[in-house]
Design a protein around this ligand. Structure first.
Ligand code: HEM
Ligand SMILES: *[C@@H]1O[C@H](CO)[C@@H](O)[C@H](O)[C@H]1NC(C)=O
Ligand SMILES: *[C@@H]1O[C@H](CO)[C@@H](O)[C@H](O)[C@H]1NC(C)=O
Length: 384
């Protein structure tokens, strides 16, 4: 019965997909960076039923400098005109910049793949607060004792800071003062996406961000959606950052990797009511204390099936009610988002493209200008 309904909705969705395909084409211009340095080459791409054939490989760094930013389709109003991100931004000022970041990410992930999840989340948490400006990296100081980093959504769960530090250190040796910490985060999240998807999600990341000088714990609480948000609240948080419902559903797919602390979802474990799959809830109850606190708050993997693979498993888990958060389950509380979940679950190649596009869109939120930004010397402190 439930299956029949799902299939009916899926077919209804496919009609919508087909009719949307041409509109999506213009933003498919950022192409895969060569995945040659990924240990296992990506499997052959499944045939693409919806046109907009994947562009052929193109050497890194030869991107057209005038390429239209991906935000062209759904424009992000420039908060302060003038700062435009560009693919290949460092081609002259630091030609090896992207390779150096990638090497740092690769090194970290080969030791511990889950750090890739940390880097992707770091990018999200950076961009939603003060825009993509590396404000999330700033350490507490006497004059700013409560930066974003120490805010409950970020502390102690946010991770990957050491990878950014390592990349910055390597970059400062080769081209001091040229590459912003905000761009390092954006490149690192792109590289982590590519590595954890085994090259299936590979895309160009426009750059030219500047680092901010403001970082407030209170703003992290204000702008980062908590796991207990319902659908209308989630849509509201994303809309505040010029991201739409499709971006919400597509980017939530990142919960196919990484971990969560028990405290983020105990509100959905028995005896509290939730529509979590009972077997899944029982498994979680075995791993989590009834009342987690800061000294006793274990983590569990978000995707019990393929925890370190950036794939569409999140959506199939979601359809089985095997997801952790209210915010995950919320995606099935409207017909419109349910349809999107089904599309993403059943058409992986399309989700992969959408994820790449949504990451680039998120990476363009509220970019700083020369008036309020700088290129930090050290990612953890503002310049003097
Ligand atoms: C839609 C609203 C979202 C909510 C409410 C949410 C909430 C959360 C929470 C509570 C955790 C677990 C933190 C912990 O307890 O350790 C988490 C983990 C994670 N989230 Fe989200 N998230 C959202 C959207 C996103 C987006 C847009 C991305 C990236 C594109 C993302 C990527 C991740 C990743 C990769 C992890 C695992 C991190 C790790 O293992 O270090 N999330 N999220
Ligand atoms: C979501 O929560 C808000 C605040 O509690 C409430 O006003 C709203 O009606 C809720 N929306 C849905 C769809 O439940
Ligand atoms: C945290 O919970 C554990 C038991 O789950 C308890 O022994 C400990 O005292 C608690 N710590 C704090 C700081 O409340």
């Amino acid at each position: 019965m439930a299956n029949t309904l799902a299939i009916v909705i899926l077919f209804a969705s496919l009609g919508a997909v087909a009719s949307q395909a041409p509109a999506a084409a213009p933003t498919e211009s950022f192409q895969g960076s060569s995945p040659s340095d990924i240990s296992s080459p990506p499997a052959a791409a499944p045939s693409d039923t919806f046109g907009s054939s994947a562009p052929g490989p193109s050497p890194e760094g030869s991107a057209p400098s005038t390429s239209t930013p991906p935000s062209a389709m759904s424009p992000i109003p420039p908060p302060s005109a003038g700062t435009k991100l560009r693919v290949g931004f460092y081609r002259r000022s630091c030609p090896r910049a992207e390779k150096i970041v990638r090497a740092a990410v690769w090194k970290a992930l080969s030791k511990s793949p889950v750090i890739g999840a940390g880097l992707i989340r770091l990018h999200f948490h950076d961009c939603f607060v003060q825009g993509c400006d590396a404000s999330v990296l700033l350490d507490p100081t006497a004059s700013n004792p409560q930066p974003e980093k120490l805010s409950p959504p970020n502390f102690p769960s946010l991770r990957g800071f050491e990878v950014i530090d390592a990349a910055k250190k390597a970059l400062e040796k080769v081209c001091p003062g040229k590459v912003s910490c905000a761009d390092i985060i954006a490149f690192a999240s792109r590289d982590a996406s590519s590595i954890l998807s085994r090259g299936r999600i590979s895309f160009r990341m426009p750059a030219g961000r500047l680092d901010g000088r403001v970082s407030l714990s209170s703003e992290a609480l204000q702008f980062l959606p908590p796991p207990f948000f319902n659908l209308s609240q989630l849509i509201g948080s994303f809309k505040a950052k010029n991201l739409d419902v499709d971006d919400l559903v597509v980017l939530s797919g990142a919960h196919t990797i990484g971990v969560s602390h028990c405290s983020s979802f105990t509100d959905r474990l028995p005896p509290n009511p939730s529509n979590m799959n009972p077997a899944f809830a029982t498994m979680l109850q075995r791993k989590c204390p009834a009342n987690p606190n800061i000294t006793n708050d274990p983590t569990v993997v978000q995707d019990i099936v393929t925890p370190n693979r950036l794939d569409t498993r999140y959506y199939t888990n979601l359809l089985k009610h095997n997801v952790l958060f209210t915010s995950d389950a919320a995606l099935l509380t409207s017909r419109r988002t349910t349809r999107k979940v089904l599309q993403n679950a059943f058409i992986p190649r399309r989700w992969e493209r959408k994820f790449a596009r949504a990451m680039v869109k998120m990476a363009a939120i509220e970019i700083k200008t020369a008036a309020n930004g700088e290129i930090r010397n050290m990612c953890r402190v503002v310049n003097n």
